[in-house]
Design a protein around this ligand. Sequence first.
Ligand code: BES
Ligand code: MN
Ligand code: ZN
Length: 503
Amino acid sequence: MSTEPGYAAPTVTVATSLPKRAQSSVLIVPVVTGLGGEAGDGSPTVVGGPFLDAEAIGEIGVVLRALGAKGGAEQVTRLHVPSLAVGSVLAVGLGAPRDEWPADVIRRAAGVAARSLSGVDTVITTLTELDLEAAIEGLILGSYRFTEFRSAKEAALSKIIALSTAAGAKKDAARATAIATAVATARDFVNTPPSHLFPGEFAKRAEALGETAGLKVEVLDEKALAKAGYGGIIGVGKGSSRPPRLVRLAYRGAKGKGGKTVALVGKGVTFDTGGISIKPAASMHHMTSDMGGAAAVIATVVLAAKQGLPIDVIATVPMAENMPSSTAQRPGDVLTQYGGVTVEVLNTDAEGRLILADAIVRACEDQPDYLIETSTLTGAQTVALGGRTPGVMGSEDFRDRVARISQAEGENAWPMPLPDELKDDLKSTVADLANVSSQRFAGMLVAGVYLREFVADGVQWAHIDIAGPAYNTSGPWGYTPKGGTGVPTRTMFAVLEDIAANG
Ligand code: BES
Ligand code: MN
Ligand code: ZN
């Protein structure tokens, strides 16, 4: 974030040859599993390209063989190479040799390399020969740290030198840096604890980011929300002493030249206790991530503006804190969503869909061609797909397009259905809808079916459930640290680029 003390992305420069004197830096080179040359012992082969001479490649090979390194995917080996003017070399394995490298193989290898180098100031890499953008994204995302609340700050990676002779390398490096920085912005929001990030503060930070990027920003406070009839946002937010907000960030890149309009909506529950239907204590602290969708949406619209995409992108971000108190909504309360649909709140812990329904109706007033909504919506997403695979629902064609693009980006969203019969489970005895189903099956899809009720006819839409993928509660892997992941920022930006290019 530019306006807050937080993560500062390393600077990236492109060089066409190895720097002559780089004794304080680490050179990251890819290696593949090989036959071991004359030795024939299966030891790894350096992918050296034009930047390393035969002597250096030979030396690295000898040391790796002596150490028993095999070049397996994501294996790292740090070594000293006397003939090179760098402090040390980090060999990172890519597995078996290939002619084409999937971007995420390079991104993950770069991420693992960056994570293994804590305390290093400058890295130089030839991974960029295989995929410049993926290598840079992986290095930035892997070196990400959230140190705002640590007394002793470890030194962060400050400089990346990307070796490449490709035409357009500078432009590609800048684009990759912008994308990775947007992901870091989303991660910073998720990692900022609920003590410090509550709706008012979240809105302020989103507004500052938006204004810096030249967006049109509108913030509705609790009075404006009540007056305009945002019953879902008010209902969820009224148990907290820290009132809700609705933030709108508009980027107008189409400039009347026929570019599409895309609405983005993201769940911004800054903390989800469950409300009166309170959650068990054991993992409640994970609910600091319940604004992960909002974080990704804000980062994405800002990125779209910085990259100057020729489309309109309008983010609608509801923010609330779901707390139990004497002012909280009760199970059995009825509220009126923005637009007039009445809802019986049978479970105050199914709060995401209540604030999202209001936001979706508002977003559709802009008559978008497409609507992408993302949220940490259901524990059922994690049951069905686990911690790394978002579920995507919505209009069939657009759903499949979003899933395909997400897989190409390495965020790996998977298409899921919205069976019509599930709507029967959302019948209420007193209101138009109930906010939960009477049975416990297909919880992710039921939430999607609820949201579908609020999407205007003719809008191509996708709902991405990131309950697990937004927040890594197990160990770090690839370029993903513990805590906020920034998913699905890269998916959404890639979809926006695809819409900009193909309509
Ligand atoms: N924020 C949670 C969903 C969640 C669970 C996110 C685990 C991340 C990790 C959401 O508000 C919620 O509580 N959903 C309920 C819905 C249920 C009451 C129908 C759930 O999944 O249990
Ligand atoms: Mn909840
Ligand atoms: Zn929630």
